[in-house]
Write a protein that binds this ligand. Structure first.
Ligand SMILES: NC(=O)c1ccc[n+]([C@@H]2O[C@H](COP(=O)([O-])OP(=O)(O)OC[C@H]3O[C@@H](n4cnc5c(N)ncnc54)[C@H](O)[C@@H]3O)[C@@H](O)[C@H]2O)c1
Length: 310
């Protein structure tokens, strides 16, 4: 059954989702470089606005978008959309929560191995002509405790992958963690401070909210073991970067891997230059597979909502 409606896509997304929308009968304007002013002027013409993370859907955009019924984020975090305001105007805000699970999970495993074996340091030393084998005594992941903060879609997947590497799992979430999942991976559920004190690796998979901003601050970093590694692929503001810089430079923790930053691109040069920090430019979901899946999931959700199925 064909559907009708005008869709504007404001950021670059995978072609697969664009074709699904077009085949359904919807009229699609693909404007991946649209400016905020252009969007303000054009938003009134569309039933659906699709974004990734570049375009911000603010109150003024929502006010100017009189026909809009759906705002869709081809990804997970909804922090670039004024969700509360959109929902107060009966606009559905949707995301592709499931699409990034595997890509993010694999980056977390890669970060843990890179930290445990100092892969970036080994690589750059060899490129500088230095053979520093003796400095590079690593540790293994097998048998180590991985603390997962936020056991949602991504946190659960990280747990499954880490279980495959024979790690022990600790989990903390504000909502009860499913008993079935806990039994499947053998997770010990615990409070945040116990998780921080007991884990060899800690990985954050929580949204940014008023309660999670700087959840990892100097007091909580002080609870961690000096041998522990911290990984963040969720949202930069979850970690107080100044506190992290201090913990890394004084040896309060052994190292960290960040894919996300308080300001992106990051401006904290001192932090980026820390030898025990691995940083990546928000690439956790940046795989062909995740981007293709996210665009298809979003296109299908838009069609189903338009047909009144969901
Ligand atoms: N780096 C990237 O490219 C990338 C890609 C995808 C997702 N993300 C981010 O990863 C995070 C997790 O995504 P997800 O799909 O797993 O989300 P999700 O909603 O499935 O899971 C989040 C979990 O965090 C829990 N939570 C919320 N507040 C908490 C708190 N104060 N303390 C403990 N737990 C809390 C929730 O109960 C939920 O179980 C989000 O911030 C998302 O934006 C980043």
């Amino acid at each position: 059954m064909l559907v009708s409606g005008d869709v504007i896509i404001c950021d670059s997304i995978d072609d697969a989702g664009v074709s699904v929308l077009k085949k359904s009968g919807m009229k699609v304007d693909y404007r991946p470089e649209i400016t905020p002013d252009e969007l303000l002027a054009l938003a009134k013409n569309y039933d659906v606005i699709v974004v990734r993370s570049r375009t911000k859907i603010t109150k003024p955009v929502i006010d100017s978008a009189a026909k809009v019924k759906i705002i869709a984020r081809v990804g997970v975090g909804l922090d670039n959309i004024d969700t509360e305001y959109a929902e107060s105007k009966s606009i559905r805000v949707i995301n592709a929560a499931e699409a990034a699970m595997n890509a993010v999970g694999e980056l977390v495993i890669g970060d843990m191995i890179a930290l445990a074996r100092s892969i970036p340091k080994a690589d750059s030393a060899l490129k500088d002509g230095k053979w520093i084998k003796k400095e590079l005594m690593g540790i293994e992941l097998k048998g180590k405790y991985l603390g997962i903060i936020g056991v949602g879609n991504i946190g659960r997947n990280v747990g499954r992958l880490a279980k495959g590497l024979r790690m022990n799992l600790l989990g903390y979430d504000i909502f009860p963690i499913s008993g079935e999942y806990v039994r499947e991976v053998g997770m010990i559920t615990t409070d945040l401070n116990t998780l921080l004190a007991s884990s060899d690796f800690i990985t954050c998979h929580i949204p940014i909210t008023k309660d999670t901003k700087h959840l990892i601050n100097s007091e909580r970093l002080a609870i961690m073991k000096p041998s522990a590694f911290l990984i963040n692929t969720s949202r930069g503001e979850v970690i107080d970067e100044e506190a992290l810089l201090s913990a890394l430079s004084t040896g309060k923790i052994a190292g960290a891997a960040l894919d996300v930053f308080e300001v992106e691109p990051p401006t904290n040069k001192k932090l980026l230059e820390m030898p025990n920090l691995i940083s990546t430019p928000h690439i956790a979901a940046q795989t062909k597979e995740a981007q293709e899946l996210a665009s298809i999931v979003i296109a299908e959700k838009i069609i189903q909502i338009t047909r009144g199925v969901i």
